[in-house]
Write a protein that binds this ligand. Structure first.
Ligand SMILES: [Zn+2]
Length: 326
């Protein structure tokens, strides 16, 4: 766990100064977007497509802005900087999207992760608004699957009255993940930087109105939707596999948290990856599986909508974004 060292203070202070770091042209665009009601109102925030008989909609919760030096923390910083520059990315800010998946099978509507609500960064917490603009009735969500209990994936579970946001849904989380965060006195065993993460996870898991079912490797949520163990980013992290009409998509969660880096440099981990060795082993297994079986993938933090494929590229891999079809 030694590698896990996110600083919430750093994250929040960086978010506050982010406009100063943005390109001048982007600053003007941002100002225009804000007059239109914010980025969520200015741009499409959902992406709908079909996988066999299942309708999938990627719905954004907004984005996060975290320090780019949290990427590739086990690599030579000069190499990481060169990598980011080669992809025309900021070497200061990791501008990270948050892509939720809604799975409509006909009998069930499954939502993967609940976002961060109003508890994390001001640029996120738009899931409910964006579900609404995607024409998805929040009251119709029958199942909620949580990949892991980090702020951007679970803190949005509580409404302003501290009750579960989807009171009629069935809630699912990995048994290992739940047991990790709810172990006795964890908050006093972690670094001060991580204490907020623990308190937030505990409060989220103990929310009123959520009845939890615990998942194991292979647990079927509804026919055609199952979860698989993908530990490393957190110890009980799970990913969701959707299968219909001979086609498969895997919602990766944060097992790969950067579209270009996690694929081209799968051995580089981020400061948010709890167990580095396990993260890399899981990631390589997933990359190999997705490339060999031509499975579609959805990266939670990939550039919106985050859907595409994995191609083998020499000893590593390449993310190939799906062609947006209207
Ligand atoms: Zn995340």
């Amino acid at each position: 766990m030694s590698i896990f060292r996110p600083s919430r203070r750093e994250i929040l202070s960086l978010a506050a100064t982010a406009p100063a770091l943005a390109l001048p042209a982007l600053a003007a665009t941002k100002a225009r977007a804000q007059t239109l009601g914010g980025p969520a109102a200015a741009n499409p925030a959902h992406f709908r497509f079909q996988l066999g008989d299942v309708v999938l909609t990627v719905v954004s919760d907004g984005h996060l802005e975290v320090p780019a030096n949290g990427l590739g923390v086990n690599a030579d910083p000069a190499e990481v900087t060169a990598f980011l520059e080669s992809y025309f990315l900021s070497t200061e800010v990791n501008y990270s999207h948050t892509n939720h998946l809604v799975i409509e099978t006909g009998d069930a509507t499954v939502l993967v992760d609940v976002g961060s609500g109003n508890r994390f960064q001001p640029t996120s917490g738009r899931l409910l608004d964006n579900l609404d603009s995607a024409g998805i009735d929040a009251g119709a969500i029958t199942h909620v699957v949580i990949t892991h209990a980090h702020p951007d994936h679970i803190w949005g579970i509580r409404d302003d009255f501290d009750e579960a946001i989807f009171p009629d849904a069935a809630y699912y989380i990995g048994g290992t993940e739940r047991d990790f965060w709810l172990q006795d006195d964890l908050v006093n065993q972690v670094s001060t930087d991580m204490q907020q993460f623990v308190v937030g996870a505990v409060n989220s898991l103990n929310v009123d109105g959520a009845e939890w079912s615990l998942m194991n490797d292979g647990t079927e949520i509804v026919p055609g939707v199952r979860v698989i163990d993908t530990p490393g980013h957190t110890l009980g992290h799970m990913s969701v596999v959707i299968e219909s009409g001979g086609k498969q998509l895997i919602a990766l969660g944060d097992s790969m948290n950067h579209a270009w880096m996690s694929t081209a440099r799968p051995e580089w981990v981020s400061g948010f990856d709890m167990d580095a060795d396990q993260t890399v082993a899981t990631r390589k297994r997933l990359l190999d599986m997705a490339a060999a079986d031509r499975m579609a993938v959805l990266g939670y933090h990939f550039p919106f909508p985050g859907v595409g494929h994995i191609a083998r590229d020499g000893d590593a891999y390449r993310f190939v974004p799906a062609l947006w079809q209207w």
